[in-house]
Design a protein around this ligand. Structure first.
Ligand code: OOG
Length: 248
């Protein structure tokens, strides 16, 4: 049986727009990871046709905590658009079952033409957060499902940009309403988030996508994700990078 990439993309896009969870796509018919990335691209192309612009790349499952939480053990990536930029607040009623996680963010300062180029192309680093919202019921998916679903990307935000620096082991805290929900270290992100940055460049280039000036690379969560409730105040801090806050 041949997979209808456009039909799968329409299903995922519709679920996000209708704020409605759907069963795993692979339940109806299994497909491989390469097909899943084609579906992901088709979802993004639908968003671009509605006027959204690409704003960066996100990495997923770059930490053991996340792999263990989601039962998946391969690094994945997804695309960010300007419509996903959140702050100072996130409207959770537009999301199915949002979760939030702490991130390290890189700001791309000039076009990245090779993996060797990417570190010198970084114009800034910041603490960030990502709001995930799997389009699948109960956040339950296989690797191809979550890849097709753009790595559960929904919203993201970053704090103030700082000059590039070594972030191999910086303490990170995720607080919700003043209570510590998760603590971790940037070292949880592939041992050093700079590795995740290089992986982002490699994967994007391999897919024919050039990281552009002004784009953001989210290196992946340092901890597990936690449910993002309504009327909450979220604060993520990273040693040396200050804090980023968002309300729901
Ligand atoms: C997939 C996204 C994973 C990360 O930082 O590991 C991710 C999910 O957990 O729903 O963004």
């Amino acid at each position: 049986m041949s997979i209808d990439v456009e039909a799968l993309a329409a299903t995922l896009d519709g679920a996000a727009r209708d704020v409605r969870a759907i069963p795993k796509l692979t339940e109806a018919e299994p497909f491989d990871v390469a097909t899943a990335y084609a579906v992901q691209r088709a979802v993004i192309e639908r968003r671009e046709r509605r006027g959204e612009r690409l704003a960066g790349v996100k990495m997923g499952f770059t930490s053991r905590a996340k792999m263990a939480q989601m039962g998946v053990d391969d690094v994945i990536w997804g695309l960010l658009t300007d419509a996903m930029v959140a702050g100072p607040s996130v409207e959770v009623s537009g999301l199915i079952h949002p979760r939030v996680e702490p991130e390290i963010a890189y700001l791309i300062g000039r076009e990245v033409r090779s993996v060797a180029d990417v570190e010198s192309a970084v114009a800034g680093v910041a603490v960030g957060f990502e709001v995930l919202d799997s389009r699948f019921a109960d956040f339950s998916f296989t690797l191809p499902d979550v890849v097709a679903d753009n790595a559960s990307a929904a919203r993201f935000g970053v704090g103030a940009w700082h000059p590039p620096r070594d972030l191999a082991n910086a303490g990170m805290v995720l607080e919700i309403d003043g209570r510590v929900a998760q603590t971790g270290s940037s070292a949880a992100i592939l041992g050093d988030p700079a590795r995740s940055l290089r992986a982002a460049a490699r994967l994007a280039l391999g897919a024919g996508i050039t990281l552009e000036p002004g784009w953001v690379v989210l290196a992946g969560a340092a901890t597990a994700a936690v449910p993002l409730p309504k009327d909450a105040h979220v604060r993520v801090t990273c040693a040396g990078l200050g804090a980023v806050e968002v309300t729901t």
